[in-house]
Write a protein that binds this ligand. Structure first.
Ligand SMILES: [Zn+2]
Length: 63
């Protein structure tokens, strides 16, 4: 799939074991996603081809 899809995370998307991959549903720790760019099933370890990165949105209130 080409392009980029943004997913707003909610409570159901995280567990103690990590973050849910929107593509395959596998839970992967946030630090693994940030360091590898893929979920636990990605790369040579599985069949998931999703490339993931994590953005943090900072909202600042204007005065
Ligand atoms: Zn995945």
């Amino acid at each position: 799939m080409d392009g980029e899809q943004r997913v707003r995370l909610t409570e159901g998307d995280t567990m103690e074991s990590g973050l849910r991959c929107p593509e395959c549903g596998t839970y992967t720790t946030l630090s693994d996603i940030i360091s590898t760019g893929q979920c636990r099933r990605g790369g040579g370890r599985g069949s998931c081809e999703a490339h993931l990165h994590v953005d943090v949105v900072v909202e600042r209130q204007s005065e």
